[in-house]
Design a protein around this ligand. Sequence first.
Ligand SMILES: Cc1cc2nc3c(=O)[nH]c(=O)nc-3n(C[C@H](O)[C@H](O)[C@H](O)COP(=O)(O)OP(=O)(O)OC[C@H]3O[C@@H](n4cnc5c(N)ncnc54)[C@H](O)[C@@H]3O)c2cc1C
Length: 358
Amino acid sequence: MEKIDTIIVGAGLSGIACAARLVAQNKSVVVLEARSRIGGRILCPAHQIFFADLGPSWFWPMINPEVSALVRYLGLKSYPQFEQGLALFETKAGDVQTVSGCPMEPPAFRLEGGMISLVKGLLIRIGAEFIRLNHPVCEIRRHENGCKVSVGHLDQPPRCTLSASNVILALPPRLAARSILFTPDLPSDLTQAMLKASTWMAGHAKFFALYDKAAWRSMGLSGQAFSQRGPLGEIHDGSGACAVPYGLTGFAGIPALRRKDEKTMSRAILSQLVQLFGPDAAQPLELYYQDWATELFTATEYDKRSCHNHPEFYPPGGKTSIWNNTLHFAGSETAGQFGGYLEGALVSARRAAAAVSE
Ligand SMILES: Cc1cc2nc3c(=O)[nH]c(=O)nc-3n(C[C@H](O)[C@H](O)[C@H](O)COP(=O)(O)OP(=O)(O)OC[C@H]3O[C@@H](n4cnc5c(N)ncnc54)[C@H](O)[C@@H]3O)c2cc1C
């Protein structure tokens, strides 16, 4: 059986940031990722050289020191969220009113190259050969010198089992509690704490429409809109730093359990964009739509009841490591500060990597 210092479960920002820290200390690391791609909730389909953020789009330099430091370290370029002009408000009855804009406080910034450039930038520096895609972890067993990690689906024999001195769970704790078998059993209060930590934004759906011109800007609009009618509840300008392509992006306002399939939602989104921004919105260069609530490796049934208020996050049951410091919690929802956000993913990665290095 292959022997490894640390197995990291999940190749989202927290998992890759943990790996980067450990590789820098010459530890042998394997990252097991269930999906066929890296990034987790960071997802940025490419349109030529523009990357449309279907997961996180913003960071807040004034309150996100870890993300800001990573942006600087990787030499990435950020630009402020476009907010010049008036906003729109659509009532339940479908009346559209012009209102003064609602600037973000503190100011929010986007990244050229999309948020995926954080993950790609780290991988360019440390290499990607230790990442194993299409490797869903289904079982973790404690043994005398660490943990054994099995890959596969619970209803089938494991595809492979790896052994390591440490395991870092770099995924939402609720998802880990729902989809991974732990032997010996985790204490029931810990399992409950993991299940109760809702996965931030997992119940949401996001769209991104790209255009070769920004008709809304020439009408004096910022692209910001709020709607009581839907299907979109909140819209923002998502254009590139140097304008083209221009973009509108935002979130569905319909709860996960009532959302329709992608084709139906996309049709309804386009018709709402026309209602709000006029006929030029009817023919985007691209329309991307991602319903995170349907993603097996992000959301559970519990996440379909959308959580709109940002919860307080902390390590599950107050624990950052268990099993005699061989099984460690990372993932944004385990961070004591900025939990749920990109900043929390980096805070949790710093803590878990330090625990492994002790
Ligand atoms: C629509 C949306 C908008 C958002 N907007 C913002 C924003 O503007 N600003 C901000 O700061 N944050 C935002 N967030 C939150 C941000 O995306 C997350 O905080 C961050 O990406 C979490 O990273 P993570 O590594 O902790 O978790 P994840 O990105 O969820 O990574 C977990 C990884 O584990 C993998 N995995 C799951 N189960 C298994 C398994 N059994 N075996 C192996 N691998 C597994 C997953 O595939 C995934 O790659 C948003 C999120 C969404 C969905």
